[in-house]
Write a protein of this length. Structure first.
Length: 61
């Protein structure tokens, strides 16, 4: 449970940094997001999950 809460905390820290340090970049990206094809969004999501699992496996495994 501690690892889960630590992961959520790191997620919140990273998200907060994006909003604090580059809010205009985030707004521009949000404006362009509806024009990105669904398959590209899905592929980016799957790649992100795979990289995250791989990193956890390397660090914790």
């Amino acid at each position: 449970m501690t690892d889960l809460l630590t992961g959520i905390a790191f997620f919140l820290i990273i998200e907060g940094l994006v909003y604090a340090l580059a809010p205009l970049v985030l707004v521009e990206m949000a404006k362009r997001l509806p024009y990105v094809p669904e398959h590209q969004l899905r592929l980016a999501g799957v790649a992100s999950v795979a990289i995250g699992v791989g990193l956890v496996w390397l660090v914790r495994g």
